[in-house]
Design a binder for this molecule. Structure first.
Ligand SMILES: NC(=O)c1ccc[n+]([C@@H]2O[C@H](COP(=O)([O-])OP(=O)(O)OC[C@H]3O[C@@H](n4cnc5c(N)ncnc54)[C@H](O)[C@@H]3O)[C@@H](O)[C@H]2O)c1
Ligand SMILES: [Zn+2]
Ligand SMILES: [Zn+2]
Length: 365
């Protein structure tokens, strides 16, 4: 099978022909249908995050189950599944509390199967890791069964793929991490697949004012089409913060950061009204720090919260988001503007570095 591999974090993608073993106990084999390209793949590609290699990149995918290993009750062969990039171990204390997104025993942390081995190999037998245990830039993969969530009838593979990362991350940040109440005023900084999904989540939550901010004008247009009530073309920090405060009557109740830059994280915190919450979703390169003025944070009872994977329990939330899509409440298709092949992923990374375009989706078969 063909797959997009990087030898080490920071190196370009190479398309390779690899061998794939069958699924073992608790695993399933998937024929990939679609995989979105997420900025987190770009972070690995650019060496922002140390990751072991060689590794098949990609973590926003969907496909059809071809075979299941022993002991697997769900999914079944033939199911369309959306793949979760954080397979819960079901044994650790966090899983016990139902907080799958904080699982400390997830195989995804090691980019291997639960038994510590890999199913992907080169012709010489050398092992290849799978990013977050799903490595979706591959024609086929073997993944933990707990990472493969069956989709309802009528679901499209492309939309299912995006539920695997940006939709769940963004909609979940709004509905689950922030628990947005009707009438809330929010700002979303950064309008990629993740930020636009936060806008869609805020619409579902019946937020009153939704301010969408990006440095690329075309992103503001699509945000408006998805339900943003105000848009701000990002300028210098002071001007941007002032524009956000103007639009929200003195500052938002909730400010979402979906870029991953210290400068915009600081803007999210600084724009808040008293009692407001900054929800940080964007991921910076390792080792970076952001700062805030301590007195107004304390005096104004403001809060800063991190949001991993939209606080998702994939087995519950993926089917729920798929249902909202089928009911026309989550227009996931609007996030997609390019269907590409594996060989085009590097060019997509170039566009993403410039903030151009919406979600590109690798289509297989
Ligand atoms: N917390 C999580 O669980 C989680 C999950 C998925 C992705 N992420 C992270 O979320 C971030 C966004 O991911 P994405 O795939 O949507 O990225 P993306 O590259 O598609 O979108 C980023 C957007 O930010 C805009 N932008 C860049 N610099 C800006 C600035 N200075 N001011 C205003 N806008 C600016 C770009 O124009 C672009 O529209 C990444 O850091 C990614 O790693 C986090
Ligand atoms: Zn992602
Ligand atoms: Zn766990």
């Amino acid at each position: 099978m063909r797959a997009a591999v990087i030898e080490h974090a920071g190196e370009p993608i190479r398309i390779e022909d690899l061998t794939l073993d069958g699924p073992r106990e608790g695993e399933v084999a998937v024929r990939m249908l679609a995989s979105g390209v997420c900025h987190s793949d770009l972070h690995v590609r650019d060496g922002d995050w140390e990751r072991p290699g060689p590794i098949v990149l990609g973590h926003e995918g969907a496909g059809v189950v071809e075979a299941v290993g022993s002991g697997v009750e769900s999914p079944r062969a033939g199911d369309l599944v959306a793949l979760s990039w954080y397979a819960p171990c079901h044994h650790c204390a966090e899983c016990g509390k139902g907080r799958d997104w904080l699982c400390t025993g997830s195989p995804s942390l090691r980019h291997r199967m639960a038994d510590g081995t890999t199913r992907v190999h080169r012709a010489d037998g050398g092992e290849i890791l799978a990013y977050l245990s799903i490595g979706t830039f591959a024609e086929r993969q073997v993944v933990p069964a707990s990472a493969a969530i069956p989709m309802p009838d009528g679901m499209s593979a492309e939309a299912a793929a995006l539920i695997g990362c940006c939709v769940t991350t963004g909609v979940g940040a709004a509905l689950k991490t922030a628990e947005l109440a009707p009438g809330t005023n929010v700002v979303v900084l950064g309008l990629g697949g993740v930020g636009l999904s936060i806008v869609m989540g805020a619409v579902i939550a019946k937020a009153r004012i939704i301010v969408a901010v990006d440095r690329v004008p075309s992103k503001l247009e699509i945000a408006r089409e998805l339900g943003a009530t105000h848009t701000v073309l990002a300028g210098d920090a002071a001007t941007t913060i002032e524009a956000i405060k103007d639009a929200t009557d003195g500052g938002p109740d909730v400010a979402f950061e979906a870029i991953g830059l210290p400068a915009t994280i600081e803007q999210a915190i600084e724009s808040l009204r008293p009692g407001g919450t900054a929800v940080l979703v964007g991921l910076t390169p390792f080792g970076q720090r952001a700062s805030f003025e301590a007195f107004p944070l304390v005096d104004g009872g403001r809060r800063i919260v991190g949001s991993n994977y939209g606080s998702a329990v994939a087995s519950v939330d993926f089917p729920r988001y798929a249902q909202l899509y089928l009911e026309g409440q989550l227009p996931i298709d609007r996030l997609i503007d390019r269907r590409i092949g594996l060989a085009d992923v590097e060019a997509t990374f170039d566009r993403m570095r410039r903030g151009e375009g919406l979600r590109s989706v690798v289509m297989f078969g």
